[in-house]
Design a protein around this ligand. Structure first.
Ligand code: AMP
Length: 288
């Protein structure tokens, strides 16, 4: 069956309601479009676990700061329809900005704590925009399960916090990061990179791997792990590092040293002249 394109909230609700009444489990994959294999992995898992899959395709202006790339963010609805259908989505919800934020819109959903470090420290209004739009999308779609990529690890923890705090009856599922063969995490923003920058961007994943390998060799001091990642990133002079950090995977707390068996997330963010990139890796500290 061909994928349905829903451009309004009313159309989307009508589509989903019919499926819910038929007893189908609703899976939801929120995206900003320009779909790639990372998005497709989310949709495929949703289609395995749920009988009906909604993908949203909305470049949300409120999660971009005025200085950021909202205007030039890549968009291609026709291709998105194909990718989403191919991966198993039943409907693509692609509303206009006016449909989502009509004249007079005045609500912000805001989360303290976990939103304040890392991405939140460098993009102070970002998570308010994300949390508000995801709250709206959850209320519009009312899915049973929602699929988020590990690629945006902090965002995933923020969404889990949202679901807990506001009692959304939704199971949040994390999907591992999809990478190019050389390790670069897929991202819609990779189209901004020149061939040279594309090579330089590889140092993010290399830094994460270097951090992982010192942990696996027995290093537990956070400062040493972070210094190792910084060292790899610093080898590329054009790269401006926002952060290279190790934190507890569940809470993003940053103890001076990690305990044996701890689940650690290594997080990096850095800017090249034409794009800001983030990546992360989950590592378990070995038991002695
Ligand atoms: P975006 O369109 O960039 O806002 O991403 C939409 C969803 O796809 C988010 O949950 C992202 O974490 C996820 N995603 C983006 N890139 C990847 C990737 N390379 N691997 C897995 N998930 C991804």
């Amino acid at each position: 069956m061909a994928i349905v394109l829903a451009r309004t909230i009313a159309e989307l609700r009508q589509q989903v309601q019919a499926q819910r009444t038929a007893g189908k489990r609703i899976g939801f994959v929120p995206t900003m479009g320009y779909l790639h294999e990372g998005h497709a992995a989310l949709i495929r898992l949703a289609a395995q676990e749920c009988e009906y899959v909604v993908t949203s395709d909305f470049v949300n202006p409120t999660q971009f700061a005025p200085t950021e790339d909202f205007e030039r963010y890549p968009r291609d609805l026709q291709r998105d329809l194909q990718v989403a259908e191919q991966a198993g989505s039943h409907v693509l919800f692609a509303p206009s900005v006016e449909e989502m934020y009509p004249e007079g819109f005045a609500t912000t959903v805001s989360i303290r704590g976990i939103t304040e470090k890392f991405e939140g420290a460098f993009r102070p209004t970002h998570f308010d925009g994300v949390v508000t739009v995801v709250s709206k999308l959850f209320n519009i779609v009312q899915p049973d399960r929602a699929y988020f990529g590990q690629k945006d690890y902090q965002q995933l923890l923020v969404i889990r916090q949202l679901v807990r705090d506001l009692n959304f009856p939704i199971e949040v599922v994390m999907v591992p990061t999809v990478r190019e063969p050389d390790g670069l995490a897929l991202s819609s923003r990779n189209v901004y990179l020149s061939a040279e920058e594309r090579q330089k961007a590889l140092s993010l994943y290399r830094a994460l791997q270097a951090g992982q390998s010192v942990i696996l060799q027995g290093e537990r001091r956070r400062s040493v792990i972070e210094a190792r990642m910084q060292e790899v990133l610093s080898a590329v002079p054009e790269l401006r590092i926002d952060y290279a950090a190790a934190a507890l995977a569940e809470t993003l707390e940053q103890p001076e040293a990690f305990s044996p068996g701890a689940r650690v997330v290594l997080l990096v963010a850095a800017r090249l002249p034409s794009a800001r990139l983030i990546d992360n890796l989950l590592v378990q500290v070995p038991n002695p």
